[in-house]
Design a protein around this ligand. Sequence first.
Ligand code: NAD
Ligand code: ZN
Ligand code: ZN
Length: 348
Amino acid sequence: MRALQLPDWKSDPKLVEVDQPEPGPGEVVVKIGGSGACHSDLHLMHDFEGEELPWSPPFTLGHENAGWVDTVGDGVSAVEVGQAVAVYGPWGCGRCPRCRVGVENYCENPEAAPIPGGGGGLGLDGGMAEFMLVPHERLLVPLPDGLEPAVAAPLSDAGLTPYHAIRRSLPRLLPNTHTVAIGLGGLGHVGVQMLSAMSATTIIAVDLKEEALAGAEADGAHVTILSDDGAAEEIMTATGGKGADLVLDFVGADPTIGLAMSVVRPMGEVTVVGIGGGTFEWAFMGVPYESSLANTYWGTRPELIEVLNLGARGLIRPRTTTFSLDDAVGAYEQLDAGDLDGRAVIVP
Ligand code: NAD
Ligand code: ZN
Ligand code: ZN
């Protein structure tokens, strides 16, 4: 079968011919119906040298996947051949206390996972191929009625990651609060839809691109602000001078973390989701009292079930452009150039 692989660090992806996977005991092969192209894959292609991560290329890209169960190994009973499923992406050991409650994104024993700190498309073969091997049935979530794999695929990362970041702060998103979302691409535009669907907070959306701001307005943002030198002041004005209760940074570069920390209010939260390599120098007198700064990684298995529910009910609708496997390289080029609206989904 054909697969889009990352051949090495600091290299471009390549369409190659590989063997079709066969499930061993307890494993499942999924026929891919959609595989999203995440900006993290661009970091893998361009930013990493090899020492930062406990795994290495070559492997098939694509870590946000959905499709249909194709073949199952001995002992698999939780899914049936032909069933539509989303693949839960952060593969943990499955046995530690956190994995047992579905928090595999923060597995306590990554050495016992299929690959430490990775998963399909992150060290092991992912979904930018006709078929993908999933090492355990617990990592598959049946799709609710009405949700097609090509629509569900981006929900497993571009949906799940902002959902996890928002859900941890949800109790504070009451009326008379302000939430800033910076970076309105694949993750951020779904994040705005989720804030709109799940909370009464006033949503302030920030991006470098006018088109992304127009999209965010359609997604439920109440205020949109261009990410330039005047952005902090505009955000402060939009919050009535109080500052933001929550800032979600879907970029994670120096300027965006700096912007986030300059507009968060006392007792507010900044959650950095983007992996843009930014740093921030914390000082007692340099940040608002009781403000907190956290990073989040992906989401939990139960949260993926909740995200799929939001998708099936039409409460979130990721904007996607579909590409064939032949055009997958071009999809990443468009993502890199900032030419995409929402998410690119590869449909083999
Ligand atoms: P994307 O390319 O689809 O979107 C990025 C958006 O940010 C674009 O709209 C771009 O215009 C905007 N942007 C860039 N610089 C900006 C700035 N200075 N100010 C305001 N807006 C700016 O990317 P994506 O797939 O949504 O991923 C976003 C980031 O999240 C990436 O760094 C990715 O690696 C990371 N990510 C993290 C996790 C996690 O678990 N923490 C999961 C998935 C992706
Ligand atoms: Zn991703
Ligand atoms: Zn674990």
